[in-house]
Design a protein around this ligand. Structure first.
Ligand SMILES: Nc1ncnc2c1ncn2[C@@H]1O[C@H](COP(=O)(O)OP(=O)(O)OP(=O)(O)O)[C@@H](O)[C@H]1O
Ligand SMILES: [Mg+2]
Length: 235
């Protein structure tokens, strides 16, 4: 595997997708979700994926994040064939190069914001004290320094979502994969999270692929795709 920046060819696209397909076993017939998704995403780009409920957006995001395998087609991340990765390689890639934000934050409520964020770095092999330091810095970045020692159960919805973003960022990923990051938030907190994402994309050149029903958030991304009838159309 060669997921190390010094060995990355800067001209490689971040993602190259060719005719990706995916189907699931349903109770009766098979459910065909992706019929042939092709796209090329460059490093540093911000991309919105919109589409009706059930159109396959989360399925696509899971495939991009190596959390699911496609049925057919090809997927390359920085020139590396993701279909050829084994489970350990995929886990390492996710931890080091990808950040995930889900609609519902999936934080551990009995741990503090700081511990939730640090855990990601500890899993990645960082020593505990260094991980806590990194986590603190990342929480500052998302404006949550004052809440670092609060249990996640004591945080507001917007604060939890920002903690989840900090957790996704602590390993300085190349790409942030976000599924409805503002879906559970009111307008004010939704805008705060959107501002934060745009700022990270601009300042850190972190690429991001964001599934969203929020037209304002989608409108701020450099590129917008609609997933429709199992195919991806650039708008
Ligand atoms: N594990 C699974 N087994 C069977 N069918 C599945 C599975 N996961 C997803 N599907 C089906 O695939 C289709 C696409 O699901 P997906 O979650 O990707 O949609 P989505 O675009 O993210 O929808 P939403 O906007 O509601 O989140 C749905 O019809 C769903 O029923
Ligand atoms: Mg979904």
């Amino acid at each position: 595997m060669n997921f190390f920046p010094e060995r990355q060819n800067a001209r490689q696209p971040l993602y190259s997708l060719r005719d990706l397909t995916k189907e699931f076993d349903g109770p009766g017939e098979k459910v065909r979700v992706l019929h042939g998704v092709s796209a090329e995403i460059q490093m540093g780009e911000s991309v919105a994926v919109v589409g009706a409920s059930g159109s396959g957006k989360s399925t696509l995001l899971h495939i991009l994040g190596t959390l699911a395998k496609p049925g057919g087609g090809e997927i390359f991340f920085c020139g590396e064939n993701l279909r050829a990765l084994d489970a350990d390689g995929a886990a390492r890639l996710r931890n080091e190069k990808m950040g995930f934000v889900f609609q519902f934050h999936h934080l551990l409520p009995e741990f503090t914001a700081l511990e939730n964020v640090a855990m990601q770095a500890i899993i990645g092999g960082t020593a505990r004290s260094a991980a806590l330091k990194k986590a603190k810095k990342t929480l500052e970045q998302v404006g949550l320094a004052q809440r670092a020692d609060f249990n996640v159960g004591m945080l507001s919805g917007g604060e939890r979502q920002r903690t989840a973003i900090a957790r996704a960022l602590v390993q300085k990923p190349m790409v942030l994969l976000a599924d409805e990051p503002t879906g559970d938030l009111d307008e004010k907190n939704g805008r705060m999270v959107a501002d934060l994402l745009m700022q990270l994309n601009a300042d850190q050149e972190m690429s991001m692929i964001v599934v969203t029903h929020n037209p304002e958030l989608a409108g701020r991304m450099a590129r917008r795709f609609e997933l429709k009838s199992g195919e991806l159309y650039e708008q």
